[in-house]
Write a new protein. Structure first.
Lengths: 220, 220
DNA sequence: AAAATATGAGTGGCCAGACCACTTTCAAAT
DNA sequence: ATTTGAAAGTGGTCTGGCCACTCATATTTT
């Protein structure tokens, strides 16, 4: 059963660690030797995971200095692309809706792929919810997008996500557990319609909160 | 002077080799030991590159068998890998799928909006089909996108459409009437599931035609 | 005292060699 | 002719080592 690739586990382990230790973009993460020791893996295996993350643009390495979480918010390309796509889109509602389109489509794909049903990711998320570990909303949804397997959709989603206000950049609250735990269950059982309904419920719950705050679109 | 990461060079080297040797999706690429020897790098360094490509979904590895070019994808993505950090995913398959996501979402919205059911547009299209007037595929689908009311989605769709090859820039053929007329009917009756099924059928019919033509891989 | 220089610890980059687990192949045994 | 099993080949992983680079500190030079 456990023929899963080690380096993929390490990728998620590292991500978990980053969240747990609250490492922020630009911060340094432990050295390769340190991480290898902590995760009980060889350094070369660990490096395979790190190099993958680097190719994805999630981390930066500087020889002699260390490895750093890359600040994707400063990515120039993101700026260029977004101004291109979002030029004259005044409607925040459209951004929200379009992002939702991609998310729900991802859920559809996931529920149709039986290989994705029995994945340790679900357990991981469930634990983090039950354990009251800090879990960022964005991290959960991004995982869905990644699992869907459509990289382009993932990229579009990522852009939209940055323009959807900030609810995604905050941890899940106590109230949301009641929606997310059933959602995890539905995903595991490949119950597509339930999963979509639950996700929509969560999403509109988030949107409601966003409207009240409304201090969005602050930076950029 | 050679600041560039070795494993990034390897990524592009592998891409070049794949192109040179005309390795096609599903084919096996040389073993790690062989590649390491050929490229004059250590095996672990080579593996860092391979693992990155694997995480990107470009290759598959099967223990005991070998490493294979991933099926569903198009190596056009490999093209872009050199400039990867400025990621610009170009998998044709992803583009197609993502465009489909937006189109089907538009159909969903249309079917849910009763105001759109009794519209003279449907009659107009029906007539043009029956009258054998020349009707461009793109015109029809664009109308769907417009009707959905999401301008951002329309905009993204338009971009994707330009990258999806040219089947959209040609008139509908005789064969397609059998799919499009029922589709129009389903839209009028707000029969969402039928409409989606019919549209998918049409879409995959188009894609099939595209595959036969496009023996491209002609580089950019 | 200030500035230039040397040192050493820590880091990522890379490599060679060694096992292991697994799949395929093909020759030997039945 | 079929089954069995040994060998070769492959990816997965680990160890230990060396190099190149950065940075803070100590040392020497001015």
């Amino acid at each position: 059963m456990n023929q899963s690739k080690r380096f993929l586990d390490i990728v998620t382990d590292i991500r978990d660690m980053i969240r747990r230790e609250k490492i922020k973009p630009g911060n340094r993460i432990p050295s390769e030797r340190e991480l290898a020791e902590k995760l009980q893996v060889g350094r070369s295996t660990l490096r395979e995971a790190l190099r993958s993350l680097e190719l994805l643009g999630l981390i930066e390495t500087r020889r002699g200095e260390g490895t750093f979480l890359s600040d994707h918010r400063n990515h120039q390309l993101v700026e260029v692309l977004s101004t291109f796509i979002l030029q004259d889109t005044q409607s925040q509602e459209d951004v929200w809706q379009t992002r939702l389109i991609h998310e729900i489509s991802a859920i559809r794909t996931i529920c149709q792929n039986s290989k994705l049903a029995s994945l340790k990711v679900w357990d991981s998320f469930r634990n983090r919810l039950n354990e009251n570990e800090s879990l960022y909303r964005e991290d959960f949804v991004r995982e869905l997008m990644v699992l869907s397997g459509n990289r382009l959709s993932l990229k579009i989603w990522f852009l939209l996500q940055q323009y959807s206000g900030n609810p995604y950049q905050e941890p899940v609250t106590e109230d949301e557990k009641e929606m997310l735990l059933p959602l995890l269950a539905a995903l595991e059982q490949q119950d597509m319609s339930s999963a979509i309904d639950l996700f929509k419920t969560w999403s509109s719950w988030l949107q409601k909160g966003r409207m009240q705050n409304g201090n969005d679109t602050r930076d950029l």
